[in-house]
Design a protein around this ligand. Sequence first.
Ligand code: SF4
Length: 211
Amino acid sequence: MQVNDRVKEIIKRLKEEYPNARIVLSYTNPLNLLVAVILSAQCTDKKVNEVTQELFKKYKDVYDYANMPLEELEKDIRSTGFYRNKAKNIKGAANMIIDEFGGEVPSTMEEITKLPGVARKTANVVLGNAFGVVEGIAVDTHVKRLAGRLGISRHKDPGKIERDLMDIVSKDGWFNLTYLLIEHGRAICDAKKPKCDACVLNDICPSSFKV
Ligand code: SF4
């Protein structure tokens, strides 16, 4: 089977398996989502949701993040790990949103990736979910692993993996693809112990029973 046909079949089967695949992070507006995605680096979505449940009550808008002493913000997000860097990025992003974007999270790839701590993965997640703007494919650790195992990309660099996926998958499938691969990565294609015997892709996956 050609790679294009294989990818179409992969997507079809994953859609049947995970008809409700979607973002797991809780948020009510673009700023909340931006903060949640920054916090999710090296942290589980479950932990982030626990932390943001309180955080979003205390920090209601971009000015709250900008005006809060850095140490207090660090304390409030500490349990998500790498909290110093995350707090610095959140405050830096809040300041830039106020100074350069009129207090609103920007809704284009070019603008949002100017914010500190916002690379393409974060940008794709925020743009797609908060604004319905799809300019690429969010490549997280699950997407990266599965793209390799499924023989869709040979690259290790997320930017190059994203490019490969964008070349093969039609644009109307970009947004959903991330969440299909994340669901499958979590449920079946585990990093250490993939359950190939229970996988709906095992007859078309080049890594089946080999990883
Ligand atoms: S067959 Fe195995 S390696 Fe391939 S996607 Fe399924 S679980 Fe992952």
